[in-house]
Design a protein around this ligand. Sequence first.
Ligand code: FES
Ligand code: FE2
Length: 351
Amino acid sequence: MSETGQFVRNAWYVAAWSKEVGRALLPRTLLGQNLVLYRKQDGTPVALTDRCPHKLAPLSRGELIGDLVQCGYHGMQYDGAGRCVHVPGQPPIPPAARVQSYPLVEKYNLLWIWMGDVALADPARILDITHYGRPGWGLVDGQYLHIRTNYLNLTDNLVDPAHTSYVHKRTIGNAGGADVPVELEHNDTRVSAFRWVEDSEPVPIMRTFGNFTGNVDRWQYYHLLLPTNSYVDFGAISAGGPRDEAGKDSGFRSFTFSLLTPETAASTHYFWLHLRNYAIGAAEVDADIARLYQLTFEEDRDILEAIQIEQDKTGVIEFVRLAIDRAPQRARMLIQRMIDSEHPAPKVSAG
Ligand code: FES
Ligand SMILES: [Fe+2]
């Protein structure tokens, strides 16, 4: 299978944090394709194939002249739509002198890119982060890891609460309630693994920030929004309290979003942000959260990079299947179904 054939293309993926893209040419590989990102003078973000159609020089090695990208080899210039507007030394512009441009939308401090069928690029399909920007919710964002593993090893991991007690011993490992079985729900757009630990003592962070006087019912929901965005909804309410959304919002609650974009078949961009309804405005809590989750995701990174090396050696992803693999298996099946439904692959010119 070609590398790009391994990815769902008709989806919005995070290309970058907003802050990463400015008036410099930023090379970035997404879904196996080399792109160059920049902003026009009015701030509009642009994504182009990072390859000059003349001698294939990466455009990111050139420079920005106003809103135009000038190739660093012989100076051909391209606008933000990928049209060549200037060829040094000759007036006519060859018809093939153009590069592919990709739709970008800026939302949640992120730049979202669409690399599939342009006719389907509806911004309404961008992931909804319901609590983003709401009063009473604190945000930690701008976080990133580069992970040398196939994105499906990460989607496995993000609907797999069972690894937490082992991989995350030094970080979030005991917040879980490891002995309580995980339930699974899924439909065509999401896979969710979750558990409730009922009438139990609040874990330390809840004791510190949750204002609980007695026992709590606490939850963990691991949602994978297909193909590659996920969030963990973690929190507690007073034991026996209402479990609807408003009830949960009035308890102790946080959301950790992990937004994955395949870089190549063997590497993944991992963008993450965190929302919480406690300790709002407390800079030291922001810093603690940033540190804790960065360490936590580095623990995932370390094991998933080691797993990738073994997968490359053996050519398989597992020799034994366990009951805990139900959610990851379901996710892989649904993602493969999405990929299959896109065949024949949408027409994207070589740019
Ligand atoms: S390679 Fe870009 S102008 Fe020649
Ligand atoms: Fe993990």
